[in-house]
Unconditional design. Structure first.
Length: 198
């Protein structure tokens, strides 16, 4: 039967080659996929917050990849690997590694020089890593967890609430989130910071 996914606004479609990377062949619907991915993500969250992570590790390509692998590795064979195709968002696929390196270097600088508030550093990182779009799938969820890790492990502050909502499902809250993302795309990061803390 194959995987039949209905995409909602702001989600990046998988190509046929990427769909072949599905490890659980019994999954055929978006609902089933979401359920398995969420279970995998919850295990990744436990792994992440069960240890003390240092800034040098958090702000490294190896950690960015490892976190994605922990979040999606039980569902997708390509989890933790940079995408190999262009998408409706993001840099050209062959620029992912270079663009990520620039972001990681920028974030080190922001932290060292207190360029922005602590919340703003984490949310700027979250916004920029999504605009790079490192992976074939799961970039939004990965970026929010990265922001939580930065704010908690680097700055010792509470995790973001993200409006206490499942942002992977169509809802009014997701619409507000996308509006905040578009404002950040246009240079106004404040609505996204406010959304993350609401």
């Amino acid at each position: 039967m194959g995987l039949d996914i209905e995409y909602i606004e702001g989600q990046t479609p998988l190509n046929e080659e990427e769909k072949k990377g599905l490890l659980i062949k019994s999954i055929t619907t978006r609902g089933e996929l979401d359920e398995f991915e969420q279970y995998n993500i919850e295990k990744a969250i436990e792994w992440t917050f069960g240890k003390k992570l240092k800034i040098d590790y958090i702000l490294s390509e190896s950690f960015v990849k490892e976190l994605h692998r922990k979040m999606f590795g039980e569902v997708w064979s390509w989890a933790g690997e940079f995408r190999k195709s262009d998408k409706n968002i993001g840099v050209d696929w062959f620029q992912v590694s270079t663009s990520l390196k620039q972001l990681l270097d920028d974030c080190f600088y922001w932290v060292a020089h207190q360029t922005y508030s602590e919340d703003e550093i984490a949310i700027r990182f979250k916004h920029k890593i999504v605009s790079i779009h490192c992976f074939s799938n799961g970039n939004g969820r990965h970026s929010r967890l990265m922001a939580d890790i930065i704010i908690n492990h680097i700055f010792g502050k509470p995790f973001f609430t993200w409006n206490s909502s499942n942002l992977n499902k169509k809802s009014e809250v997701r619409t507000k989130y996308l509006i905040a993302i578009r404002a950040a795309d246009n240079g106004d990061i404040k609505p996204l910071i406010e959304f993350a803390r609401f």
